[in-house]
Design a protein. Structure first.
Length: 507
C-alpha cells in the first residue's frame, strides 16, 4: 500500500516554463515549506536558485517577461486574497522582490503581457475603489503604473491587447454576454457583439485579443452543438470560424481551473495562434501553423500522456513540455527542434512508481433515456476486476467535468482495492450543448439518475458488488476542504470508514 501522504502530498516541483531566450527554465518548488519560483540553467550544471523566497505564502502564478532580467509573480497578501504583483530581479538574486502594487487592501486581477507592448503589462487594480477595478499599464522596468481606463462603476472585466481602445466584457440583465469598446474620454461603452446566453450558459471562453488588436478569439457554440474556435471582428462584430473538431468541444477547463493551460496555444514572440486544444475522452491538439505541426509531432512522441503546459523560446526552437498522465503525473521534458535533442527534466512525484498506479480507462455508459455519459473507470492493479467495492466520485461544478489524467484520490482508492467510477453526468461541460442543456430542470432528478445508471452499469458487468458502494465528491459533488491538511485528514478518515463498511484496505 502507498501511504496517504505520498499520494495526496504536494509535488517536489511543477509548473516549468522556458525563458524567452531559451537558456533557463523556471519552476515551482518548496523553499522553507512554501512553493516558490526557482531558476535553473539548461546548458550548465549550475545549482538552481530560488528567486521569490516567500516563507509565509506559496507562489503559484509567475510570468517570464520579454526582458531576461525581470520575472513577475502574483502573491496573496497575508492570506486575505488581496493579490499583489511582484517583480524579481534575475540578474541580482540577492535583491529582494519588489511589490509593484503596494496599495493596502488592493488586489490585482487579469495580468496580461502583450507582444504589441514590449516591456509593459496590463493589469486590473482596485486601488482607487475597492468595489471597482481600473485598467492600468505597467512599465515593468521602472514600476510606473499608468491609468488607461477608470471604471465607470459597472465594468467587471477589462480586456486590452495593446492596440486600440480597451474592451469590456459584461453580462446583461438577461444573462447574455456583451462585448463593448470603451471610450476613456467619455467613459461610454459602444457595443461590438452580443453573445446569446442560450449558447453560452456559463461564460464565453476562451476570450483572447488577436495580436493586431482587430479581433478576439473565442469559443462559440452559436448555431452548433460543439464549441468551436471563432474570430470576432471588432469592427463589425462578425464571427468567422477559425478551427473546430467534428466530435469534441474546445477544451474550456481553464475557465473553471485557471491553473490549467489555455485551449489556445500561441507563439511566444508574436502572439499568433499556432494550436488549439480539444477534449473528448482524451485531448486532441490541432496544429494551426506548419512549424508547430512539426514540433507537435515530436513533442507528442516524448510521452503517451496528453500535452499540458507547453512553452518555447522566442524563436520556437527550444521547448519545455509537461504531460497530463493517469500514472505519471506532470512528467516534464526539454526538446530542441533544431538539433532533435530531448531529455527528461523531472518527474514531480518521483517517489511514485507509474507501474504501481492504476490506469484510468475511458468507458461509454448510456443513461436510461439514451443520453451518452462519457465516464472513466479505474480498477485496482493486480486484483481480479470482479465483485469489487466501488467508489463513485462526483465532480464539482456541476458545470465542470471529469477528464483523463492523474487523480490522487482515485489512485488512493484503487491502491486500497476499490474500483473507482467517474461519471460525466448531464450538465457536465465539454460534451456539447445538448449534453449540457439536458440538465435543465434535472438537478435533483435526472442528474442523480445518471449516477445510479452508471453504478448499475458497473454492477451488471461484474466489476462492482452492489452491496458495497460508496459515493464521494467535492463542491457540487459533496464537500469542500480549505487546505491540503484538511483534505488529507478527510481521506484518512474516509479510508478507515470504507475499510470498515466496504471491506477495502484501510492503510
Amino acid at each position: 500500500m502507498i501511504a496517504v501522504d505520498d499520494l495526496l502530498g504536494p509535488p517536489e516541483r511543477y509548473g516549468a516554463s522556458i525563458s524567452p531566450d531559451g537558456t533557463r527554465i523556471a519552476y515551482l518548488a518548496p523553499w522553507k515549506n512554501q512553493f516558490n519560483v526557482w531558476i535553473q540553467n539548461l546548458d550548465s550544471d549550475d545549482e538552481p536558485w530560488c528567486v521569490t523566497a516567500d516563507e509565509t505564502r506559496c507562489v503559484h502564478d509567475y510570468r517570464w517577461t520579454d526582458d531576461p532580467r525581470w520575472l513577475l509573480y502574483v502573491q496573496d497578501d497575508g492570506g486575505v486574497e488581496n493579490r499583489h504583483l511582484h517583480r524579481a530581479d534575475l540578474y541580482d538574486p540577492a535583491a529582494p522582490p519588489l511589490d509593484l502594487t503596494p496599495f493596502p487592501g488592493a488586489q490585482v486581477l487579469g495580468l496580461e503581457l502583450s507582444p504589441a507592448r514590449p516591456g509593459k503589462a496590463f493589469l486590473q487594480l482596485d486601488a482607487r475603489n475597492a468595489a471597482e477595478f481600473d485598467l492600468h499599464e505597467l512599465d515593468i522596468a521602472t514600476g510606473e503604473l499608468t491609468l488607461l481606463a477608470a471604471n465607470p462603476g459597472h465594468v467587471t472585466r477589462w480586456l486590452c491587447g495593446g492596440a486600440g481602445a480597451p474592451l469590456v466584457r459584461a453580462a446583461t440583465d438577461r444573462g447574455d454576454i456583451e462585448l463593448s469598446r470603451f471610450d476613456p474620454e467619455s467613459g461610454t461603452l459602444h457595443r461590438v457583439a452580443l453573445f446569446d446566453a442560450d449558447d453560452h450558459v456559463v461564460d464565453v471562453f476562451p476570450f483572447e485579443i488577436t495580436p493586431d488588436g482587430t479581433g478576439v478569439w473565442i469559443g462559440s457554440s452559436r448555431g452548433s452543438d460543439r464549441t468551436r474556435l471563432v474570430r470576432v471582428d471588432l469592427a463589425t462584430g462578425e464571427e468567422k470560424e477559425v478551427d473546430s473538431h467534428p466530435k469534441f468541444d474546445l477544451d474550456t477547463r481553464a475557465r473553471a481551473v485557471p491553473t490549467l493551460p489555455s485551449p489556445l496555444i500561441r507563439h511566444r514572440r508574436t502572439g499568433e495562434l499556432i494550436g488549439a486544444r480539444y477534449l473528448g475522452e482524451r485531448q486532441v491538439i490541432h496544429a494551426l501553423d506548419p512549424h508547430f505541426a512539426e514540433v507537435l509531432e515530436n513533442l507528442e512522441s516524448l510521452s503517451d500522456g496528453d500535452i499540458a503546459e507547453v512553452s518555447s523560446d522566442d524563436d520556437g526552437r527550444r521547448w519545455v513540455v509537461a504531460f497530463a498522465h493517469d500514472r505519471d503525473p506532470g512528467v516534464t521534458w526539454f526538446y530542441d527542434h533544431a538539433t532533435g535533442e530531448s531529455r527528461l527534466l523531472f518527474r514531480p512525484r518521483p517517489h511514485l512508481d507509474p507501474d504501481a498506479m492504476a490506469p484510468m480507462r475511458p468507458i461509454p455508459i448510456t443513461a436510461r433515456d439514451g443520453l451518452a455519459l462519457p465516464s472513466y473507470l479505474t480498477l485496482p492493479v493486480g486484483v481480479e476486476p470482479s465483485g469489487l467495492p466501488l467508489v463513485l466520485m462526483v465532480h464539482d461544478g456541476p458545470w465542470t467535468r471529469h477528464s483523463w489524467g492523474f487523480d490522487d484520490a482515485v489512485q488512493l482508492w484503487a491502491n486500497r482495492g476499490y474500483a473507482v467510477l467517474q461519471v460525466n453526468f448531464r450538465g457536465s461541460a465539454g460534451f456539447g450543448k445538448a449534453h449540457r442543456e439536458a440538465a435543465i430542470g434535472g438537478f435533483a432528478h435526472a442528474m442523480h439518475d445518471d449516477l445510479i445508471d452508471a453504478v448499475d452499469w458497473a454492477v451488471e458487468r461484474g466489476h462492482a458488488d452492489p452491496d458495497r458502494i460508496a459515493i464521494l465528491g467535492g463542491a457540487y459533488g459533496g464537500h469542500v476542504f480549505a487546505n491540503p491538511e484538511d483534505r488529507i485528514a478527510m481521506f484518512r478518515a474516509a479510508a478507515r470508514f470504507l475499510a470498515q463498511h466496504l471491506g477495502g484496505r484501510e492503510g
